[in-house]
Unconditional design. Structure first.
Length: 107
């Protein structure tokens, strides 16, 4: 399990959250995106190379670009594609915390 306490967190409701997150990711810096309450995090983790932690339900070490593209499409959030492109460029992985509606981007 990862310790997320020391990672910067961005609220998706900030109009520049996608651009700020992309800048962090391109510089190989981790970032947490706090998504809105209605954000749909349902994914087939195996399809994206994720590891599921049974106790927390968190999907770990997912293919960042692919997962974020999928989440952008299913939530109708085109700005999330900006973050997905940064993940592809930096080969970043993501953890998906569906309970707290967080996307954690890391290397």
């Amino acid at each position: 399990m990862r310790d997320y306490d020391n990672m910067p967190e961005l609220d998706w409701s900030d109009a520049k959250a996608a651009q700020k997150a992309a800048a962090q990711i391109i510089h190989q810096e981790p970032v947490i995106l706090q998504m809105p309450g209605g954000f749909d995090t349902s994914l087939d983790g195996e399809a994206f190379g994720c590891e599921l932690q049974e106790s927390s339900g968190i999907l770990y070490n997912c293919d960042g670009g692919r997962v974020l593209r999928q989440l952008a499409m299913q939530n109708h959030l085109p700005d999330l594609d900006i973050v997905a492109a940064a993940c592809i460029r930096s080969s970043s992985q993501v953890d998906i915390d569906g309970t707290q509606k967080r996307i954690i981007v890391h290397d």
